[in-house]
Design a protein around this ligand. Structure first.
Ligand code: IVH
Length: 676
């Protein structure tokens, strides 16, 4: 019998150190231990919790992985409304703001000092702590009533699950801040979504909002969200802080991330200088800031100034100039993507916006063009923010030519002339012709892409000629190409033709995961392809599976499952795969090689023993998954065994595990470990 007190103490100590290291890593951005040392502590905590699940506390750093999907969000009434801010467009309006405050103070006037902070373009949230423990988090909503998004907020690593220091002793405390998605992370996320055949987000703010309002917090947990706190709100008992500056320090000391760019200014001219300096640097910040929030520092004065129904009188938002410019739409063209999706693009008169020449802007889809009523010949506002693709924001109607015509989506694909269709309920119009040359070109490029079949030398110029000359009609045709055929293509010398033939030949061996990704099945990105390959091991086995079975694979889900079933049911696709097989392309794979490459090494160094039959996982697959996460499977239970995974009809090993006090897991617990 283990000493429960010792376990409890060890758990508390581990929770503490791991939380501290998370804080140093995610909040202070200065880790003090190596990743490996951190991982070891984290894993010790995880293991100890796995062995003593009744001792898991909600503030444990392991409890950030998300929970089962919610049905919807409950409403949360804000005890203190979350107001919006009045705006100042320029320096003079900031001076007027101060003049107003001086008038309000009348005789009792004292010099005003301010705190200035970047105004983050994200989502306002309010977090409630009781006795230092995070108990509830809500969106701003309409300012009076927001939504309870506690589960989603818990997944954000820089949100403290437990406060440190003096603030932790308050029985109730609300703190407020802005959740946002860092720019670089946003670009990466969009790239991933597009690769997975999903719609990208228009900007980091939408991405943050979309991710925070997901009903499945396990997906939120994978979204790169972050937070800056900027308000120490209502508390019971009242906290003793007297200035906003001190409030920010207190937040920071409690472990709540604050913006390192906040500053204190002793005059409005200093405020103005800060605003101008930050505006000049805005594109270098790793988050979108649309202005500066200027706040009176003294909290008693804030109280005295009070608020109107809409905004506090003691604060104002200095708005940065929009990163917009005026241009003229010369043409609206349609791009045909790999899945036949037609994306309208505006061709513009070249215009300089924040140091970059912009000639095209995405119009997204037909509905978007309708909504903004964008027409050829229109003078428009174009916006470019950070890395985001330029957008047409609005039309300047006064400048619209008298003879302009409403945009109508062409009825036929601009490349193959097939009638375009738009599935009910979708915004994207598509060319349904699977052999549309434009689609075929994009599909071949994708198939030969580095992360798919990796065919070096199969670039846009070559693909275009192969398709236009009718040399390649589907993937399998690639394998029939020989040197003499390729040599006749423009810009392909003898040597490169030979290299390309070799590269195509080598691609036969890539295996099922890359093949599945390369086939460009809708919604099947790299990760889904790897999961499917690891699960089935061969295309033949995959093609046998029905939609429900596919949907049950962890992380696959109904959308991908449906799409894969449809693909497999399609006669033409089956023929292509037969032809690929005939051409010597491998349609199978060892499960180990197929396991998603981003699988975290969560089981590094752990030793497992498997016994009995697991309900869903074949022995090989279980072994592969453990290996991919850095663990090892051995055949006999010893003192060095970390876990025994037992299914039905377990052998002697289960008894041995119990004798040696080795934790025993079922399949679900194993998946839980892998997931973490
Ligand atoms: S202070 C009443 N500080 O801007 C005080 N707000 O238009 C308002 N925001 O809803 C909050 N960065 O979501 C404050 N450093 C910052 C901010 C900030 C972004 C957002 C916040 C608020 C909106 C007000």
């Amino acid at each position: 019998m283990e000493d429960q007190t010792a376990v409890r103490e060890r758990l508390a100590a581990l929770r503490d150190v791991v939380s501290q290291h998370q804080h140093r890593y995610y909040v202070e951005d200065r880790p003090t231990v190596s990743d490996a040392a951190y991982d070891a502590l984290y894993r010790e905590l995880q293991d100890l919790e796995a062995a003593h699940p009744h001792l898991i506390t909600p503030d444990s750093p392991t409890q950030r992985v998300g929970a089962e999907p919610a049905e919807g969000f409950e409403s949360v009434a804000h005890q203190v409304p979350m107001l919006s801010l009045d705006n100042a467009r320029d320096a003079d309006e900031l001076r007027e703001f101060e003049a107003r405050l001086v008038r309000l103070q009348a005789e009792s006037a004292q010099p005003l000092s301010y705190v200035v902070e970047p105004k983050i373009d994200g989502l306002g949230v309010a977090l409630l702590y009781e006795g230092g423990e995070f108990v509830r988090g809500a969106t701003r909503g309409d300012g009076r009533v927001g939504e309870n998004i506690t589960q989603n907020l818990r997944t954000i690593k820089s949100i403290p699950l437990r406060l440190d220091g003096e603030l932790a002793s308050l029985s109730r405390l609300e703190i407020r801040g802005e959740v946002y998605m860092p720019r670089r992370a946003f670009t990466r996320l969009n790239r991933q979504l597009e690769a997975d055949g999903q719609a990208p987000f228009a900007n980091p703010r939408n991405a943050a909002a979309g991710s925070l309002r997901l009903l499945d917090s396990r997906i939120t947990a994978r979204r790169p969200l972050d937070v800056f706190f900027y308000t120490l709100g209502h508390s019971e008992p009242t906290h003793p802080v007297t200035s906003h500056w001190d409030a920010l320090q207190a937040l920071s000391q409690a472990g709540a991330r604050t913006n390192p760019r906040v500053a204190r200014c002793s005059s409005i001219e200093e405020v103005i200088a800060y605003c101008q300096a930050l505006e000049a640097e805005r594109n270098e910040l790793d988050y979108e800031a649309d202005g500066v929030v200027v706040k009176v520092d003294n909290l008693a004065l804030q109280g005295a100034f009070g608020a109107t129904a809409h905004h506090p009188r003691w604060a104002i938002a200095f708005k940065f100039a929009a990163q917009q410019a005026i241009s003229v739409v010369r043409e609206i063209t349609l791009n045909v993507g790999r899945t036949g999706a037609l994306t309208p693009t505006a061709v513009l008169d070249a215009v300089h916006i924040a140091g970059v020449t912009v000639r095209r802007a995405s119009l997204h889809n037909e509905d978007e063009i309708r909504r903004k009523d964008i027409r050829v010949g229109d003078t428009v506002w174009v916006e470019r923010a950070g890395d985001v693709i330029p957008q047409v924001v609005s039309v300047i109607l006064d400048k619209r030519p008298a003879d302009s015509e409403l945009f109508v989506m062409p009825e036929h694909c601009p490349v193959c002339q097939t009638a375009i269709y738009r599935p009910l309920g979708e915004v994207v119009a598509r060319c349904p012709n699977a052999v549309c040359p434009a689609q075929l070109r994009e599909r071949l490029l994708h198939y030969g892409g580095r992360r798919a079949m990796d065919i070096d030398g199969l670039g846009a110029a070559v693909v275009e000629q192969l398709v236009d000359r009718g040399l390649v009609r589907d993937f399998a045709d690639l394998y029939a190409l020989d040197q003499s055929t390729l040599e006749v293509l423009d810009r392909l010398a003898e040597k490169s033709a030979g290299n390309l033939v070799d590269a195509i030949a080598r691609s036969r061996e890539r295996g099922l995961a890359r093949l599945l990704f390369g086939l460009g099945i809708r919604h099947v990105g790299e990760r889904a392809a790897a999961l499917l390959a690891a699960h089935y091991g061969s295309f033949a086995a995959l093609a046998e599976a029905d939609t429900e079975e596919l949907a049950e694979i962890r992380d696959v889900g109904p959308v991908i499952a449906e799409s894969v079933s449809q693909f497999c049911a399609h006669e033409e696709n089956r023929r292509t795969l037969e032809r690929l097989a005939d051409a010597g392309v491998r349609l199978d794979q060892d499960p180990v090689a197929a396991t998603p490459s981003d699988a975290a090494q969560t089981l590094a160094g752990k030793v497992f023993v498997l016994t009995g039959t697991l309900p869903n996982l074949k022995r090989n697959d279980a072994q592969a998954l453990i290996a991919a996460a850095g663990g090892r499977v051995t055949s006999s239970v010893t003192r060095n065994t970390d876990y025994v995974v037992a299914g039905s009809d377990p052998g002697r090993k289960l008894q041995q595990a119990q004798d040696l006090d080795v934790p025993v897991l079922d399949e679900e617990q194993l998946r839980g470990l892998l997931q973490d």
